[in-house]
Design a protein around this ligand. Structure first.
Ligand SMILES: [Zn+2]
Length: 96
């Protein structure tokens, strides 16, 4: 069985982006769909990282130019592979 398809993961179990990102950015303002925070992936002086609190996507307009979805953020933030990040977030559909 193929076990690395992004289509097959349990997207409905993905954490709520607001709750998830609030853990990493406690001062997050939840009033708008897009919020700006200091990017954890480069030496950021101004808030360069835009996060979408509806779908969980993010994009850095600063030096590192990183972008992705909530899973990718989790991978980068904790230095995990795709499968490990999915398991950590509770969205991996396969048993051990
Ligand atoms: Zn950045």
């Amino acid at each position: 069985m193929k076990q690395n398809s992004r289509k097959e993961i349990n997207w409905h179990k993905i954490p709520d982006p607001k709750e998830y990102y609030l853990k990493y950015f406690p001062n997050l303002k939840l009033a708008t769909e897009w919020v700006k925070v200091v990017c954890p992936f480069h030496d950021d002086k101004t808030p360069s990282l835009s996060i979408n609190l509806k779908h969980g996507g993010y994009i850095c307009r600063g030096e590192c130019k990183t972008k992705g979805n909530l899973i990718k953020f989790h991978m980068r933030r904790h230095n995990l592979g795709f499968v490990e990040a999915c398991k950590s977030l509770g969205v991996w559909p396969y048993a051990e």
